[in-house]
Design a protein around this ligand. Sequence first.
Ligand code: TYD
Length: 208
Amino acid sequence: MSEGAFISFEGPDGSGKSTQQRLLGEYLTGLGYSVVSTREPGGTRIGEKIRDLTLDTENREMDALTEAMLYASSRAQHVAEVIRPALEQGKVVLCDRYVDSSIAYQGCGRALGGVVADINALAVGGIMPGLTIFIDIPPETCFDRIGRCGGDRIESEDIVYHRRVYESYLEIAEKFPNRVKAVDGRRGAGEVQADVRAIACGYLGQRA
Ligand code: TYD
């Protein structure tokens, strides 16, 4: 078992999770932790190329299973190249999206079901976050925040799709209460960050 700590951030598009991750990373670094901040899809040179493929609005014909496998491929590379080595070196890894995103966006959003968990089990080889911070904010509120037009290939899906994704996140949070901690994302970034810090520090302290 690795010595480091793995924390993922999850939530709808426009939930502000990237900002929350950045602020937490700065805070933990200030406390003396060695932090690796990364994201999915992407996080590696190869992963960033896969990211471009999955998010390109020109790839309208992309099959749902192809999409799920591309996200899982990006993840496998990410685990091998970044996450596993960092954990072995005792670092705190903060990751913007991980397996839960695939369960929500492909498993539920694209209605692929359980096959997504199977593909991802293969991709991550047992590396799962000990803590997942779920920025809980309804997709309708996010739509209002980021605007309804444009965005990447996934963001430009309609509200019905994003509702399914959100409902899936709620199910995941209910199914894994020890790992997944929800934070009310409808408030200002400072208030959300106070909760994020308290949860993350509680988790890191309990492991020390
Ligand atoms: P991201 O860059 O996190 O977008 P945002 O900052 O707007 O939340 O993620 C890009 C998109 O990829 C996002 O719409 C969610 C989608 N996605 C999946 O559909 N499945 C996945 O496994 C991952 C990691 C992301």
